[in-house]
Unconditional design. Sequence first.
Length: 94
Amino acid sequence: MSDFSGDESAQTADWTPARLLREVKASLGFLTRLPVRFGEDEVVPQLASAVRGMPVAGLVVGAIAGLAGALAIGLHLPPLAAAGLAMAAACLVT
């Protein structure tokens, strides 16, 4: 038994890489300050359908914060300062 409403084959048919990329781009544009551009012929998905891309947007934000923290640790800053820089990077991105 499926938890989905409607035809399962119709719901899985839209899981193409191009559509998922558009959903990730829409999620990044909504959740972050990162500039995201869509092509002229590209259809921007509604936010409700872009929910599948939101974990990837969170991964991008976390990666940016992690890189800032790792860079601060690499520069031999104290742990509190490194954590502060990582949080500041995450705040600046979102």
